[in-house]
Design a protein around this ligand. Sequence first.
Ligand code: PMP
Length: 338
Amino acid sequence: MMSKQIKDGFAGTVGETPLIRIKSLSDATGCEILGKAEFLNPGGSVKDRAAMGIINDAESRGLLKPGGTIVEGTAGNTGIGLALVGNAKGYRTIIVIPDTQSQEKINLLRAIGADVRPVPAAPYKDPNNYNHIARRLAEEIDGGFWANQFDNTANREYHRQTTGPEIHRQTAGEVTAFVTAVGTGGTLAGVSLFLKEADPKIKSVCADPYGAAMWSWIKHGHLDIDDGDSVAEGIGQGRVTKNLEEAPIDDAFRIHDSVMIKMVYHLMESEGLFLGASSGINVCGAVKLALEGGPGQVITTILCDDGQRYLSRLYNPDWLKSEGLDPTRQGLDFLREI
Ligand code: PMP
């Protein structure tokens, strides 16, 4: 008998993404290098999961009521997820965004009906940091709800309940490691919490861009080393968010943009995977773990969002030149530079 295979709207379509074997890198390392295709979520990124987790939790706690307004400070993808969940559930969405973010993301947010408020970039300790502006705005608006993706642990909880179990099931329990970069930390912490509970031997690793302090925190127990810079959007954290607190993370790598860009172009040109920079950092992290730990590992990571969001940047030769980034490479020789 045939059974119906119909998803229930936006909410029913988030998650259950394919786990993709990256052939060239698996063959080259003797490990299974597996990318979770989060760019196939209905809002186009891994952040649909955080949006779902946060909104479901707020509804169940009575913090978000019919006719309410979701307010968030976001670098983009969470805003897209929140705005689409909001549309599907009947909430208005206001997004406060640093004006350093790509125009594509801002255009996309406006196109899907979010009230977008670009503000000058300011450090977290500055009261005019976009997160603090979002919090104040939510307090001022009747029926306003501040999603607070960095410190609202409904974010990591959703990953613990969905992304983690999916990875475990999709590898038939054979996963030996999970590697990903940190924005809020929801993905790394949530997936790690689940996998460690399933099998404490499964390694949890952070792939950190330069300019962030997670590598410093995980390797040295302090946030002092945050030198360098990265063009990757959505990642690069300088503090221990609530989502990261007590997350079982074993190790961390720092990944240079110079090798990230080669990976992003390799994935596009040789694997047909058209992705953003954070996915490049993640896959570099997976390969580094493969090379350090040797063959036989089953290493999983996140393919966070797709390249269309970055046409004017990552996929624009003039922009690459202006950033001093060069995707030119000889086969897989660049893996040695990771
Ligand atoms: N990659 C991209 C493109 C993102 O937008 C984000 C979220 N800001 C991440 C990676 C990191 O995910 P998380 O917030 O769960 O750490």
